[in-house]
Design a protein. Structure first.
Length: 393
């Protein structure tokens, strides 16, 4: 079994675990007695603490070339900590979520860095590997909805534990070292300075934040908002399945779209679709519309994420690949997750789904405007990358 197949298997089980648990975590926490505001505070606090540890993982992976060890820990530790979600005490749930996030937050940057390297070596595309995560998330979300509806939300952590341990076992079979990763010759602080000295890159990060903070309205609060609109738990699973499954063809064809339009234009198109996606839910806040609109998830999140990861990879040197992906994920998932969970939780609690969806439409619209600047600057003399692919001033 070659490395590409193993990586696809790792992403598959990672998706199955996340899809069957992540979208229903807010329902579990609500079942345990937490309010929507407390859920947002718990997730924001946990992410805030984890965000400061995420760059350390990138530094360790780059300096010591140990992506396999990091990947194993990123799934095995959250799997074990899942048992603590049985508790009804806020402090226990907060600690469990925080420590889980400290480890799981490194999955995306380290796995993506590893997958990009492996894809280049095998002559395939990163998207053809990453799509297995979306496929797994789709299947996991659908069966997670059936599990919650027909068995019990209080034990939804159990399949998460089993599936994450399966992912850890696959990660253990991967090569100990990523052959195309080099020992880091640039310090972490120097690498960050190298990344952040470009105004265009900063605009890209700001756009990524504005666009992806809206995804907490989907990832964290969709099931609650769907129920408030009159939707059932079983149909929520169908909506989540539809959203994740549309990522599969989107990520498969993403590289072809990027080659034709460029990374910057692909990012802009995806951001505009985000605006359209949230705007429709503002105008038509009905369960049927909330299900149908998920067909846009693939061409919004799927295109945006693949283009963003490849964008970061293209402007960072080989010595700071994982560090570069960590900086991106600090903003894209970390800071956006903190602000999004707090803001969207507050809006949902105080103004309902309408206020939350309207805010998401405005936020993604602002992100699209920043990406117009990024796309136009890509044609200007001041480029983010030199001919050698290194980040320039």
């Amino acid at each position: 079994m070659n490395k590409i197949v193993k990586l696809r298997g790792f992403y598959l089980f990672l998706g199955l675990a996340g899809g069957s648990f992540g979208s229903y975590l807010s329902v579990l926490l609500k079942h345990n007695g937490l309010t929507v505001g407390q859920i947002g505070m718990l997730m924001a606090t946990g992410t805030l603490i984890a965000i400061f540890t995420q760059p350390v993982w990138g530094m360790i992976s780059d300096r010591y070339n140990q992506p396999r060890l990091v990947l194993i820990l990123s799934v095995a530790v959250p799997a074990v900590l899942a048992t603590f979600y049985l508790s009804q005490y806020f402090i226990v749930l907060l600690l469990a979520y925080t420590f889980s996030t400290i480890f799981s937050s490194t999955q995306a940057p380290i796995a993506d860095s590893y997958a990009i390297s492996a894809a280049k070596q095998a002559g395939t595309t990163y998207g053809s590997i990453r799509l297995m995560l979306s496929f797994g998330a789709a299947v996991g979300a659908y069966f997670g909805g059936l599990y919650v509806a027909n068995i019990a939300v209080s034990t939804v952590w159990l399949p998460y534990l089993v599936l994450n341990l399966a992912a850890a076992m696959i990660a253990f079979t991967l090569p100990k070292h990523a052959e195309e990763n080099h020992v880091m010759s640039t310090s972490f602080s120097q690498g960050v300075k190298q990344l952040l000295k470009s105004r265009i890159f900063l605009a890209f990060l700001a756009a990524s934040f504005l666009v992806n903070q809206t995804m907490t309205a989907f990832g964290t609060y969709f099931v609650i908002a769907f129920q408030s609109a009159g939707g059932s738990m079983a149909y929520a699973g169908i909506a989540l399945f539809l959203a994740s499954f549309t990522n599969v063809p989107s990520m498969f064809f993403a590289s072809k779209v990027i080659r034709k339009l460029g990374r910057e234009r692909t990012l802009l198109i995806a951001a505009v679709i985000y605006v359209f996606r949230w705007g429709i839910q503002v105008a038509f806040p009905y369960p049927g519309v909330m299900i149908g609109i998920q067909v846009l998830h693939g061409v919004s999140f799927g295109f945006f994420y693949i283009a963003a990861v490849e964008y970061v990879s293209s402007i960072t040197s080989s010595e700071i690949q994982a560090t570069g992906q960590s900086v991106f994920n600090m903003v894209f998932s970390g800071i956006a997750g903190i602000v999004g969970n707090l803001l969207n939780g507050f809006l949902l609690d105080q103004g309902g789904a309408f206020a939350m969806n309207l805010s998401c439409a405005i936020s993604s619209g602002l992100g699209a405007l920043l990406l117009v600047y990024v796309a136009r600057s890509a044609k200007a003399k001041m480029q983010l990358a030199s001919p050698a692919g290194e980040l320039s001033a």
